[in-house]
Write a protein that binds this ligand. Structure first.
Ligand code: MN
Length: 475
């Protein structure tokens, strides 16, 4: 997917001058050991860089945080209290830090050496003391920072850090998200509307409208050569299902979508857009609703939602960034399975189900749409993967945005669905069907969501907290 260049996290070690040069040298070398080991063993998505200077004065801390703010490659600051570090000197720098902050509650040694421990050892290894002084000021400053507790050599702790890094990266990337709306919201629909200015203030999203003519101008310039070239690639990637169509007719429908794929991608890239919406009511000058085209762009990491739903399109991009585009995409709650013991929700959409969710090799299918009065559109059809995950939506409640997070378990259905011409994902909601759905509806959760089978609820909560976003967890 389209990801930004190399990003890093800074590692800043708290201490103070009182301990003398010898002790501070030891602090620095222990920190170097931790950072080197984490980079080597942590299998992190991004590198950690140790700051050369220890955080032992207000001037140093303030200057590090200023630098962290303006350097685009820095995605967040990880702090560690090796010793006691008086927190008044942290106030100025912590207040101005605009990047995510992780207070890593760890200690160089994982044990107390009872045979040899003396006051020198205690003064050097007093993370328990330093963590409380430092943590107090973060809470008092409402930093919404993450706290991870555990020894730095534990695998589970390293994995927690890695997951937090992806949240921090997504948070920063949120301020770069630009949504192109091709057409307006679907007429009469409520939950897809919202306050775009507030979304930009709180979440950093730029949401721009374009008339469909702006897009068709670009689409109509796509050459036959480009289309044929991509069609050849499709042969490698997908199964072709001609259904009731003549091959010529089928191919021309698929190639129409290829033209859209190339045109939309060009339009988005030229304007710096990483997410987009379409609306089946707003297709003047287009022969089909983009289906296959949208799915192909989802596969490349562009966020999307149907019916002009810009909130879900931006959320889709945001969660795709956070998951590195693994098993994450736009979804719509469609149909219930209500038999006792088998309760589940079938999720899908008219066409645009994200292929990153596919368990089976997608097949290209052409079928009538049933609404919209356009030509039969091509789409990718597959069964969704099984796994634990989250379904997330954002609703505009008039006074604020509310994020809903439902833990779900997706499974591969045993039954074939030979007449279903769209991709399907089916999941069980937590804590159970009746209570999970009732809570979702009572809290005003939308029918458009983003489902992810690779993100955890904790990651989504950490993200919501960074944005000061009201959230409801249903599990
Ligand atoms: Mn929809």
């Amino acid at each position: 997917m389209k990801m930004s260049e190399e990003k890093v996290f800074w590692f800043l070690v708290g201490s103070q001058e009182l301990y003398g040069e010898e002790a501070l040298k030891k602090v620095q070398s222990n920190a170097q050991t931790i950072v080197d080991t984490l980079n080597k063993e942590g299998s992190f998505p991004f590198k950690i860089q140790l700051k050369d200077e220890l955080a032992i004065s207000q001037d140093i801390i303030t200057s590090v945080m200023k630098e962290a703010n303006y350097k685009d490659e820095v995605q967040g600051v990880i702090t560690w209290m090796h010793t006691f570090s008086p927190a008044k000197m942290w106030i100025r720098g912590t207040k101005i830090l605009q990047k995510p902050l992780l207070h890593f509650v760890t200690q160089f040694n994982n044990h107390i050496p009872w045979e040899t421990i003396d006051m020198d050892y205690m003064n050097l290894h007093q993370s328990a003391h330093g963590d409380r002084e430092y943590g107090y000021i973060n809470e008092r400053l409402n930093k919404n920072n993450e706290v991870i507790v555990g020894h730095w050599q534990e695998k589970e702790i390293q994995e927690q850090i890695g997951r937090w890094m992806n949240v921090a990266y997504a948070y920063n990337e949120s301020f770069n998200i630009k949504v192109a709306r091709f057409g307006d919201n679907m007429r009469n629909v409520a939950v897809t509307e919202g306050d775009k200015i507030e979304a930009q203030i709180q979440l950093g999203w730029t949401v721009d409208y374009f008339g469909i003519g702006d897009l068709t101008t670009v689409i109509n310039k796509v050459s036959n050569n480009e289309i044929e070239h991509l069609f050849e690639q499709y042969k490698e990637l997908y199964d072709f299902d001609y259904g009731k169509y003549e091959v010529d007719e089928w191919e021309s429908s698929v190639k129409e979508q290829i033209k859209y794929e190339i045109g939309i991608k060009q339009f988005l890239d030229e304007g710096g857009y990483t997410a987009f919406t379409t609306n089946f009511e707003d297709l003047y000058g287009m022969e089909q609703l983009p289906g296959l085209a949208v799915q192909r762009l989802n596969e490349q990491g562009y966020g999307f939602a149907g019916e002009g739903d810009w909130k879900t399109a931006a959320l889709d991009r945001l969660l795709k960034v956070m998951s590195h585009n693994k098993q994450t995409g736009f979804m719509e709650d469609y149909t219930y399975e209500m038999r006792t013991g088998q309760e589940a929700i079938l999720g899908s959409h008219m066409l645009e189900v994200d292929p990153t969710l596919a368990e089976t090799k997608p097949k290209v299918v052409v079928n009538p749409l049933g609404i919209g009065g356009k030509n039969d559109p091509a789409r990718l059809v597959f069964d969704g993967k099984a796994g634990e995950g989250v379904v997330v939506s954002i609703s505009d409640m008039g006074t604020n945005f509310r994020m809903l997070i439902n833990e779900v378990e997706s499974f591969v259905p045993e039954e074939e669905a030979p007449n279903l011409p769209v991709a399907r994902v089916i999941w069980k909601v937590k804590p159970d069907f009746k209570n999970g759905i009732k809570e979702w509806i009572k809290q005003g959760g939308g029918h458009h969501t983003v489902i992810s089978l690779s993100l955890t609820k904790d990651q989504v909560i950490t993200l919501a907290t960074l944005f000061n976003l009201e959230y409801v967890l249903i599990n």
